[in-house]
Design a protein around this ligand. Structure first.
Ligand code: ATP
Ligand code: MG
Length: 461
């Protein structure tokens, strides 16, 4: 944050006049030492070629907050074609608005030409759909225009490589200091233009611990339903950013608080109203996901969707089971139905659907330990995910799964001879049970129940 005090009243007056407040090098803590070499290279080369070059967006925000930027965005007055001629490692992408991606191994620095206001398109009505969403956004502009069309004030700070100043048109510096998430312009209009901004607001509130201001809260309340109109594939990408950036737990809380869970996972939201215990499962799973990310371990979208949608899936599976389906079949059918129902909203790509359903059906398979089945289960590619999911269920809402969990924990660790003994013991216990047990009908095993974890249960399939 600036060391020297800049009069905030003065800053507010300048903002009203659309004049930027310029923070000199001594007044902010963005240091080249903390900027990735790749981003510096891009900035310097643009600057040397005579173009304006600014670091902008999340990188400036995070650097001022003393955090490590996730990626680097650069804004310039060079056109994409001009950028392309400056860098061998450049690819132009995007149809609606051309962007230059400069590749450094796996790192990408995104360079965007200043954008103009969409309402300065030749014909405003052509650029917007009937309900006000932007469909065309391809007009180049000035630095000032670029600043005003960004989403939140804290995302519209520009670090100028020419003189190492930070340029602030929208009051972002003061908002950073106050942990205030404020939409640039009229919050309702901006959320209407691009409903994804509401999800971005949740993401930044969760990541930075910032508070959405009153106008933004009000806009989310009145415009939240518009998320429905966002293309499902964009929504899928946003969900991954929301839940797989290390702040899934607070994201989940905020989505509920601002009534947006309904927009992303309607079946889950409905299910939670009558099954409060599923809240514990999702919360714990989010917490584990955050921990894995903090530890540098991989996380998969399949696991995320498996726990987010387990509530509606398991309930539906119980219904199928009471109509005499086997637990595995019931989970298969329920999984298919729930994925179809949700995917209208979020478009879960095909490559994730099979693994999601495998995690679900494996909940019944893990309870089925006859003969060589435990060995087959252990050899499956997704055993680990299935087992982790079982542990989560046990720790969150189904303590009756404890002995099943312990059995699998041990089975993985022991020698082949001991594995054999464990399976024989199960079989003996099963035989003992059979001779004691009166005949009874099959019932809801996969769910409340993948659960009767006596050594093996009669309705194992
Ligand atoms: P992160 O740390 O997650 O990368 P970010 O703020 O950099 O956060 P990006 O998605 O990388 O987010 O976008 C870069 C910048 O582009 C944002 O900071 C914001 O200024 C602008 N931006 C991105 N999406 C929108 C949008 N939907 N509407 C307006 N401006 C946007
Ligand atoms: Mg970024």
């Amino acid at each position: 944050m600036p060391g020297k005090k800049i009069e905030l009243d003065n800053a507010a007056a300048k903002i009203a006049a659309s004049e930027p407040v310029i923070y000199g090098r001594a007044d902010h803590n963005v240091s080249r030492e903390n900027i990735a070499e790749s981003a510096l290279k891009v900035l310097y080369r643009l600057h040397k070629a005579g173009y304006q070059a600014f670091l902008v967006g999340g990188a400036v925000r995070d650097l001022i907050l003393g955090q490590h930027p996730k990626d680097y965005d650069v804004a310039t007055d060079a056109t994409p074609e001009q950028v392309n001629t400056l860098f061998k490692n450049c690819r132009l992408i995007g149809r609606r608005f051309r962007l230059a991606h400069i590749h450094f191994g796996r790192e990408i620095v995104e360079v965007a030409t200043f954008r103009g206001h969409h309402d300065q398109a030749e014909n405003e009505s052509e650029g917007l759909t009937r309900d006000g969403m932007i469909v065309r956004d391809n007009v180049f502009g000035t630095l000032a225009e670029d600043a005003w069309r960004r989403d939140f004030s804290v995302n519209a700070l520009y670090y100028n490589i020419a003189d190492f100043t930070v340029v602030d048109y929208t009051g972002g510096m003061a908002d950073l200091k106050d942990k205030n998430l404020r939409t640039i312009g009229d919050a309702e209009v901006r959320c209407q233009e691009d409903p994804v901004r509401m999800l971005r607001a949740i993401r930044f509130a969760a990541k930075l611990g910032f508070k959405p201001d009153a106008d933004l809260v009000q806009a989310i309340a009145t415009q939240g339903h518009r998320i429905e109109a966002v293309p499902p594939s964009r929504l899928f990408d946003e969900i991954l950013k929301l839940f797989m950036s290390g702040h899934a737990r607070s994201t989940f809380e905020l989505l509920k608080k601002y009534n947006l869970l309904l927009q992303l996972f309607p079946a889950t939201e409905k299910h939670l109203q009558t099954h409060a215990q599923m809240n514990d499962l999702i919360t714990l799973a989010c917490q584990n996901t955050d921990q894995r990310i903090a530890d540098g371990k991989p996380v998969t979208p399949a696991f995320l969707f498996a726990f987010m949608l387990w509530g509606p899936t398991s309930t539906r599976a119980m219904e199928f089971e009471s109509n005499n389906m086997s637990p595995i079949q019931a989970l298969q059918e329920a999984g298919r139905a729930v994925l179809n129902q949700e995917s209208g909203q979020i478009s879960i790509p095909k490559r994730f659907r099979l693994p999601i359903r495998e995690i679900w059906t494996s909940q019944a398979r893990l309870n089925n330990r006859r003969g060589r089945r435990p060995y087959a289960m252990l050899g499956q590619a997704r055993f680990r995910a299935a087992y982790d999911f079982l542990l989560l269920r046990c720790q969150s809402y189904a303590p009756e799964l404890q002995s099943l969990c312990e059995w699998w924990t041990e089975f993985q660790e022991v020698s082949d001879t001991q594995k054999k003994i464990m399976c024989q013991e199960l079989q003996r216990a099963r035989q003992g049970q059979k001779s004691r047990r009166p005949k009874k009908k099959k019932s809801n095993q996969a769910t409340a129940a993948a659960t009767d974890i006596t050594p093996d249960t009669p309705s194992d399939h």
